[in-house]
Ligand binder design. Structure first.
Ligand code: GRG
Length: 295
């Protein structure tokens, strides 16, 4: 039995190596953009989304090499969203994964273009025959990835997040927007792993119940970490003012309520995969990892 942390570290290492191999290499007059793409994508991150993809495929007996490449495609989308989210016109952050954000290390134009480069490269990777020998399956993965990343998924959630007034937000709206903003890619991860493993419809439904609950728990834990970080650094009171004035799960549910909700979602995620017994061990371990994470 492999310990969860060893398994996660192993997949994260494999993702790092595969990304290093499959990202475009700096060359020619435009080398700066491929350098910036590699700067953002290599050497950091938990690699949670590719891990979920690989482990969902593994649970159902699928090809983990193909899943790893599909996971790299998904990670490219995730990293592009981080680069763009850090820009001055969005969150205006200076640090990401412990190093200067791309617009700080390069400049804003290159950061926009490096994000665009990763976004488009993601689809090139997903279409690669090494993901799966069946072109129809690869086409479905490409279409599903576009749907999860687009206006009915991650982009739509981000738009709701930056346009809906703070005082118009209740738990239901935050749940809807987070299901799109962060949940869509997490749900895609397990679905893609399932599809690569030729999952039956009931397997895909179980994976989706698991990933929907896990994605929401992940976001609630993120909100909890933000507030606890604020409280540690400036002793800020918890409430609507926590997390720079943003309404979050913590501000609508309270800190204890948010922790309780995350625990309940963890149980829902676990129950969804209970029928898979020992085979689901790593995906079940991911629930504890998400609920116990400190960064
Ligand atoms: C601006 C295109 C665009 C999209 C914005 C998902 C998203 C929508 C932005 C990402 C920024 C962000 C802080 C989202 C909240 C979800 C979250 C905690 C992302 C960080 O994911 P982790 O913790 O990061 O998996 P690592 O670095 O480990 O990969």
């Amino acid at each position: 039995m492999t310990d969860f942390k060893t398994e996660l570290a192993g997949v994260a290492h494999a993702v790092e190596q595969a990304l290093a191999q499959h990202l475009p290499r700096p060359a020619g007059d435009h080398a700066v953009v491929t350098k910036a793409m590699r700067y953002a994508a290599l050497g950091g991150g938990k690699r949670l989304r590719p891990f979920l993809l690989v482990e969902a495929a593994r649970m159902l007996g699928g090809d983990t090499d193909g899943a790893l490449l599909a996971g790299c495609a998904l990670e490219c989308i995730h990293v592009y969203s981080l680069i763009h989210d850090d820009l001055p016109c969005m969150d205006d952050d200076d640090l990401r994964r412990g190093k200067p954000t791309v617009h700080k290390a390069y400049d804003e134009a290159i950061a926009v273009l490096a994000g665009d480069g990763l976004l488009t490269h993601a689809f090139a990777l997903m279409a690669d025959a090494r993901v799966h020998p069946d072109p129809a399956l690869r086409l479905r993965l490409v279409a599903e990835l576009a749907a999860a990343s687009g206006t009915d998924g991650m982009i739509g959630g981000q738009v709701t997040d930056i346009t809906v007034a703070e005082d118009a937000r209740d738990t239901a709206l935050i749940t809807r927007l987070q299901a799109m903003k962060t949940g869509a890619l997490i749900r895609f991860a397990t679905k893609a792993g399932g599809l690569i493993a030729a999952a039956e419809p009931h397997d895909l439904m179980a994976l989706d119940r698991y990933a929907s609950a896990l994605g929401l728990a992940f976001q609630i834990q993120d909100d909890i970490l933000d507030v606890e970080g604020d409280m540690e650094t400036v002793g800020k009171a918890v409430g609507k003012d926590a997390n720079l004035g943003k309404a979050t799960f913590v501000s609508t549910l309270g800190l204890d309520g948010a922790k309780q909700k995350a625990r309940e979602l963890g149980q829902t995620a676990g129950a969804a995969l209970a029928p898979y017994g020992e085979k689901a061990q790593t995906l079940l371990g991911t629930v504890d990892f998400v609920l116990e994470r400190r960064h």
